[in-house]
Design a protein around this ligand. Structure first.
Ligand SMILES: C[S@@+](CC[C@H](N)C(=O)[O-])C[C@H]1O[C@@H](n2cnc3c(N)ncnc32)[C@H](O)[C@@H]1O
Length: 231
């Protein structure tokens, strides 16, 4: 059962993203917007949100749904991690593009990317200190969301942090529906309220959940929600 709403096929979402990032003008635009340089357009306050997690060189970091690696590249340019941060994404095509971006940034060996779905993460228990995920969980149906949060709780040791941000369910969220349709390839998505996400986190075993201020986003003009959950 996928809970509230139709099931979402994780692999199919990855294939939609691969098509979105493919050839032609749309692909060029997507690759720019989701590159490290494009972060300021679509993910404006990501640094401010990340700052709340106090990330240091000793942290073992996982980026869930890392796309083409933009956030990990931006992080690794500032922090000399003792162990390479890892990104996973369900789309093999985006992981390939991400490896190219990492090479271009001169960060080979400093960031690792792997293909994996958010609901089944191929890592040992307590192998990370911080898991972050940006604009991914809307693509999970309720069953996959619960599985993903359980997986993240398993991967984090006691005191581990889970930082997420995403479009929020709100009467002002209509632009996301319009802009998704305008691309011609909207991957399925489901927006959720803060209380829904908090209760899913608590059920997965997180002890404390704090709201993080997202500040001002430029594109698209849709309200965001950021939460920091601690094991
Ligand atoms: C909107 S992009 C966000 C990329 C990046 N996190 C950022 O904020 O720029 C969503 C990404 O999530 C990935 N994704 C969607 N569903 C996923 C799933 N079930 N498991 C892993 N990755 C997923 C997509 O392939 C895509 O790369």
């Amino acid at each position: 059962m996928a809970g509230n709403g139709p099931p979402i096929d994780e692999t199919a979402v990855g294939e939609r993203y691969a098509a979105w990032f493919g050839r032609g003008l749309r692909g060029i635009g997507m690759r720019y917007v989701f590159s490290r340089r494009g972060l300021w357009v679509i993910n404006t306050p990501f640094r401010r949100i990340l700052a709340t997690a106090n990330i240091g060189p000793q942290d073992r970091v996982l980026d869930l749904g890392c796309g083409i690696g933009n956030i990990l590249i931006a992080l690794a340019e500032r922090i000399a991690f003792t162990r390479p941060p890892i990104g996973v994404d369900v789309s093999p095509a985006l992981i390939d593009l991400g490896r190219g971006e990492i090479r271009k940034a001169g960060l080979d060996q400093k960031i690792e990317l792997r293909v994996a779905p958010a609901s089944r993460l191929p890592f040992a228990d307590a192998s990370f200190d911080l898991v972050l995920t940006s604009h991914v969980i809307k693509h999970l149906d309720d069953e996959a969301l619960a599985a993903c949060f359980r997986e993240v709780a398993r991967l984090l040791g006691p005191g581990g942090r889970f930082l997420m941000w995403e479009f929020k369910k709100s009467p002002l969220s209509a632009p996301i529906f319009i802009s998704a349709r305008a691309t011609g390839l909207p991957p399925p998505f489901r927006l959720r309220s803060e209380s829904t996400l908090r209760s899913a986190l608590t059920q997965a075993g997180f002890q404390r959940v704090h709201r993080v201020s997202t500040g001002f986003f430029i594109v698209p003009p849709v309200p965001r929600l950021a939460l920091l959950a601690t094991r």
